[in-house]
Design a protein around this ligand. Structure first.
Ligand code: ADP
Length: 470
């Protein structure tokens, strides 16, 4: 089966979060299962562009309202990702470093979708499945079936995956002309509550809709920033498929980003060595349990409760534990951490920014990973933590509920119900008590490292879903 994934992010070419990890792994595992999967994404002017060479395999035009953009399809040379990566270079819109957060993101990603559709038209034969990811590609299921120019794709099944329902990309009807011409009879398919909404359009028009965990699918039919009613209407074609992780990249035995590699048998030695190095780097005490947080400093991730958690648990300073944060995001949360760092030096430290290598070391060197998320569609951090023998402390929500079971229920993590200082510090107290029993720590570390969260299962579930559409 030939599958084309269309996405704004794909590891290692451009990553802002979990979408990149999924788009960089799912096609690889689909290919390993004997299919032909490729990825189409924008070409950003970032580090990946500066460190690779590319060949131009196609040039064309994409028209957005009155402006015609030239685009080029580039492929990286001499790189084996396990799938073909097609990168659409659109000078004027994507020749910038960041993936998102520009004032013209609407124009950028609609033009990207038009360019992707124009290029797909140049293929000798359409792919069997077009798989679109998140709102940045949400118009494609509509365009490929209802826009005059793309009618040849009318019978090609499209799948739309919601990685994060909070970002919907809606904009005013006054910019309807951004979309290529279609019969006005279909305009309801791009609209939701008076706005043009690419997330809603993807949900309405794709043949199947998936989310990245069954738990999140259930939650968004009750609450999805205004789209919950639509989800309930379309429930019949929606499924939750839990993400996997790329166990080749995320493997503590071979991970080149770690100073010390380790496996199940020498997990304690390996983790202790990396923890010591991390504690040296951040001025923390390696004899105390290390609790870490990695991620966007946003309310969605519950990062706003962490400053108070640091404050409460470090009272009676020096506290009983170390806390280390890696992330960037809302300024007031960042500022909170910088102040606390001064106040509780030796107990708390943070790295404000994005650092892939440091993230790997933290997953490996920490004893516990904090994830107090308010919303977590799947969450990959807890899966990486498990793979590296780190015990997750999670709020019971979305994919966290699906993947972490509390010790009290015979599981391997610490779970709490609310995103509050009280719930997080209570879960941390339980973890600190557990930490006092080294043999139990070792046996849980070994157990969690052996849990299979590889993509094999999820990749097969997607293939079954595609087959149901043929
Ligand atoms: P999101 O909602 O942000 O996509 P996920 O849990 O699905 O959350 O994925 C987050 C991914 O981004 C993980 O691979 C995590 O390690 C990575 N990540 C997040 N913030 C940072 C950071 N500041 N530095 C390095 N990696 C990060």
């Amino acid at each position: 089966m030939e599958i084309v994934h269309i996405t704004a992010e794909c590891y290692p070419a451009a990553k802002a979060g979990g979408l990149a990890d999924v788009a960089g792994a799912l096609p690889k595992y689909q290919n390993l299962a004997g299919h032909k999967a490729s990825v189409i994404m924008p070409f950003y002017h970032n580090k990946f562009r500066n460190t690779h060479t590319f060949s131009n395999i196609f040039s064309g035009y994409a028209r957005l309202a009155d402006i015609t953009y030239t685009f080029h399809v580039l492929i990286p040379e001499g790189l084996d990702l396990g799938f073909d990566l097609f990168m659409i270079d659109i000078p004027g819109l994507f020749d910038r470093e960041s993936i998102y957060s520009y004032n013209d993101d609407t124009e950028r990603f609609i033009t990207f979708q038009i360019a992707a559709a124009n290029w797909l038209c140049a293929w000798e034969k359409p792919a069997d499945i077009i798989h679109c990811h998140d709102q940045h590609t949400g118009f494609l299921p509509f365009m490929l079936s209802k826009v005059w120019d793309y009618r040849r794709f009318e019978n090609v099944p499209s799948v739309f995956t919601i990685h994060n329902g909070e970002y919907q990309g809606q904009f005013g009807m006054n910019n309807l002309n951004y979309l290529p011409p279609f019969h006005s009879f279909f305009s309801g398919l791009i609209e939701w509550e008076g706005d043009i909404n690419p997330m809603a359009s993807g949900i309405k028009c794709a043949w199947k809709v998936t989310t990245v965990s069954p738990g999140y699918m259930e939650e968004i039919s009750h609450s999805m920033s205004g789209l919950e009613k639509l989800l309930r209407i379309e429930r019949g074609k929606c499924t939750g498929i839990l993400n996997g992780i790329d166990t080749e990249i995320w493997n503590p035995e071979t991970d080149p980003m770690l100073e010390t590699n380790y496996g199940i048998d020498d997990v304690d030695e390996g983790k202790t060595a990396i923890k010591e190095q991390l504690c040296n780097q951040f001025g923390l005490d390696p004899n105390k349990p290390l609790f870490s947080f990695i991620g966007r400093l946003a309310k969605e991730k519950g990062a706003d409760v962490l400053p108070d958690v640091v404050y409460q648990t470090s009272a009676g300073f020096p506290g009983e534990q170390n806390i280390l944060v890696l992330g960037s995001g809302e300024k007031n949360i960042q500022d909170g951490f910088l102040t606390l760092e001064q106040q509780f030096r030796g107990n708390f430290s943070s790295y404000i920014g994005y650092n892939e290598k440091l993230a790997h070391s933290i997953y490996a060197g920490s004893d516990f990973l904090l994830m107090p998320s308010r919303v977590e569609p799947c969450g990959l951090n807890q899966l990486y933590a498990l793979r590296y023998g780190t015990i997750p402390i999670v709020r019971r929500t979305g994919g966290l509920r699906d993947t972490v079971t509390d010790m009290g229920d015979g599981g391997f993590g610490f779970c709490h119900d609310q995103c509050t200082t009280h719930d997080v510090t209570h879960a941390m107290s339980r973890a600190k008590a557990f930490y006092q029993y080294p043999e139990l720590m070792t046996s849980i570390r070994r157990h969690v490292m052996g849990i299979d969260h590889s993509w094999n299962k999820a990749a097969a579930e997607y293939i079954e879903l595609y087959k149901s559409l043929k």
